[in-house]
Design a protein. Structure first.
Length: 703
């Protein structure tokens, strides 16, 4: 008679089932024992029936037998065990899962952790809930990084706010701004006192110049004047001379050689201190200090901490393995994992074809089920470029057995925007250790990449603003120098002829008195003209712009109306082409054309002025305009100089004007996102050209 064993040996279907079950069991154990998350199952009384290696290590158990049949009360404090038990019994009672609950807990080593926990009901073949399956992820690094990132944002906002307050601050307000800034820094750092001490020119005495104190803390600025630091603080002086940030966590624990400092600090109530030396060109000029009065403190490099935390967020990756179907109990457990893990998990064969993928990857590939991905590869979902790179990486893993850990990859799709993932891949081996494919986990980090790009854009914008401020300060310096220089001439004349007038009045010389008054009046009018010109130039760069769609033909008509009398007097001929419509400030653009046409009317030769107005649309959408005349022209070497305020190429007796008309033109063009230049030769007329952007950068804002 044939036994059941011999029947099984001769039954190929039975052998196939055993192999399948063994393969599924191997895939299941491979998955859970390599996942860094804590994976466990419990029966209806919340007793452990299964634990992965990571969970056993967290519990302090040496093997599955050490945990089997035990409960959380055997491993955790009662308050935590009570909470875990209540949660699990509610899942068993209601049949509803507990998903992604953030919990703070203390591990077996007494360290506080943040845990992300999911618990789902475990059912038997009849659908009856017989226990729970739990997945707990240690998200402590992520939580710490989030808090660090929040602190970095606060720090950047603080620095930006302090920096902006120092822009254009009057001298009389600088001390107040410094004090307020010390207060902001002090509150941010959570200290009792923040202050600045500066060395005298002799380098030996130091005074405290600025100090902020928290409410209820006595200030010490009156006691920190004329300090001979080398004599009174020898140990302190030695530390500062090293030009490195240093701190004292507890003044009471200062070394014996710092006994003098200990006494002086304690007299001022200082229990802990942090010092940031300030140096210029290698020489120490003072330091920024922070005191703790109410308590001691362990000091940390806050900026470094924030940067490191941010980096951890961007590169943070957890490795998992894809789980497969197993036996009834293990199959349910596997499905719970694959259905709830937020990362993309996948197993592939030796040809990099999918064996199974998680529900997260099903959703990412817009499939109906994992079965739709079986037998397919990355070439069926991604672009050739990304699929080829993934295939080559996986074949290298299969060939060498080397892991690919936490690699940031850009996923490119044929029909959607690129995404970014942090990927870990490793060999997938059977129970004999033979590589039968690859196992991978990909975590979407697209949002983190966007945050990184946003920070980079913010830094670039800040650099642009700083560059613009530098240019404006330079323009202001040049403007002030030129303005003061040109105003000196009428002022000197007023002063000189005032003395002459006084003498002529005393001598009764009426004829000379009348001449003196005429000269004084002329100088006063000249000064008034210069002041008005300065105001016009200033307004052209500062006044608010009202952006609207303009018909430039109408703008030019307004400019020509203003110049009508001059045009008739000079018998000028003006030729113009049809002008386009574009967005701009009507008043400023009218002034632009009026100044350029007026310039052509002024600097003409013996022949009546001929002025050609042109317009041409460029490939980038902007417009190129031209004002060409037949006037006296100029040397090309002066082509840039004439656009500066008060830069004249002729004496005022030859041509009237203040010398700022073209400077105003440049301001107007630049505020409309364009550029202006001139091409000319002496006696050959001048051709002024300028561009106007289709959409000016300034939209009704103050310049």
């Amino acid at each position: 008679m044939m036994t059941s064993d011999s029947k099984r040996e001769n039954d190929p279907d039975s052998t196939s089932v055993d192999e399948t079950l063994a393969r599924e069991r191997n895939m299941f154990r491979t998955l859970i024992d390599n996942l860094p998350d804590y994976i466990y199952a419990k029966d209806a009384q919340s007793r452990f029936t299964l634990n992965n290696l990571a969970h056993l290590q967290e519990l302090g158990a040496k093997s599955s037998q050490d945990a089997a049949g035990k409960t959380d009360y055997d491993f955790f404090p009662k308050n935590l065990a009570d909470q875990y038990f209540a949660d699990e019994q509610e899942v068993i009672r209601s049949g509803k899962p507990l998903v992604d609950r953030e919990e703070s807990a203390v591990n077996m080593q007494g360290k506080k952790q943040w845990i992300l926990t999911t618990k789902v009901p475990l059912r038997d073949d009849s659908g009856t809930v017989v226990g729970i399956v739990g997945m707990s992820r240690d998200i402590t690094p992520l939580k710490e990084a989030e808090m660090a990132l929040e602190r970095q944002v606060q720090m950047q906002s603080l620095v930006a706010n302090i920096s902006s307050r120092f822009i254009d601050v009057p001298l009389s307000e600088i001390d107040g701004v410094i004090h307020d800034s010390l207060g902001a820094i002090g509150e941010y750092a959570g200290v009792d006192r923040s202050y600045v001490l500066l060395f005298h020119k002799n380098g030996t005495l130091v005074d405290e110049k600025y100090e902020w104190c928290a409410p209820g803390v006595a200030c010490q600025i009156q006691h920190r004047q004329g300090i001979e630091v080398e004599k009174e603080f020898p140990w302190f002086t030695d530390q500062v001379s090293k030009l490195g940030v240093f701190s004292v966590s507890s003044v009471a624990e200062l070394p014996a050689e710092a006994e003098r400092e200990k006494v002086l600090f304690q007299d001022q109530g200082v229990q802990s201190i942090l010092v940031v030396p300030m140096s210029s060109e290698g020489a120490l000029i003072g330091y920024l200090g922070f005191d703790m009065v109410g308590s001691t403190r362990e000091w940390n490099d806050k900026v470094k901490e924030v940067l490191e935390s941010t980096g951890r967020i961007l590169v943070h990756t957890l490795s998992r393995k894809m789980h497969m179907e197993a036996l009834d109990y293990e199959r349910s457990f596997m499905d719970a994992l694959m259905g709830n893990l937020p990362d993309a998990v996948y197993f592939k064969d030796l040809e990099s074809r999918f064996l199974r993928i998680s529900e997260a990857l099903v959703a990412k590939h817009e499939l109906k089920s994992s079965a739709e991905a079986e037998g397919k590869s990355d070439f069926d979902f991604f672009t050739e470029e990304h699929a080829r790179k993934a295939y080559e990486d996986e074949q290298e893993i299969i060939r060498t057995g080397k892991l690919l850990v936490a690699v940031i990859e850009k996923e490119t799709w044929p029909d959607r925007s690129p995404t970014w993932v942090s990927t870990t891949k490793m060999p997938f081996r059977n129970s004999q250790g033979k590589t039968i494919g690859t196992f991978g986990i990909s975590r979407d980090v697209t949002e983190q990449k966007h945050m990184e790009e946003a920070l980079a854009e913010h830094a670039a914008l800040l650099e642009k603003v700083n560059a613009e401020l530098e240019v404006r300060n330079q323009e202001l310096d040049e403007f002030s120098y030129v303005a003061s220089h040109d105003l000196q001439e009428p002022l000197r004349k007023l002063t000189a002829f005032s003395d002459i007038l006084r003498e002529d009045l005393q001598q009764g010389n009426e004829q000379e008195v009348e001449h003196d008054i005429e000269v004084l009046s002329s100088a006063a009018q000249r000064m008034q003209t210069l002041v008005q010109a300065l105001l016009a130039l200033s307004r052209s760069g500062r006044q608010s712009m009202t952006i609207e769609t303009l018909a430039l033909d109408q703008v030019i008509d307004l400019a020509l109306d203003a110049l009508e009398l001059r045009i008739e007097e000079e018998q000028a001929q003006i030729k113009r082409v049809p002008m386009p419509q574009l967005d701009g400030d009507k008043t400023l653009l009218t002034q632009l054309f009026q100044n350029l046409i007026g310039n052509a009317l002024k600097f003409h030769g013996d022949a009546p002025p001929r002025i050609d107005l042109s317009a041409e649309k460029r490939a980038d959408g902007s417009w190129l305009f031209g004002v060409r005349d037949n006037g006296i022209g100029l040397k090309q070497e002066y082509a840039e100089q004439i656009f500066s305020a008060f830069k004249r190429l002729h004496r005022r007796t030859a041509y009237e004007g203040t010398g700022i008309g073209l400077a105003i033109c440049r301001k107007i063009v630049e505020r409309h996102g364009g550029q202006i230049w001139v091409e000319s030769e002496p006696g050959q007329g001048a051709h002024f050209q300028f561009t106007l952007s289709a959409s000016p950068e300034e939209h009704g804002t103050s310049g």
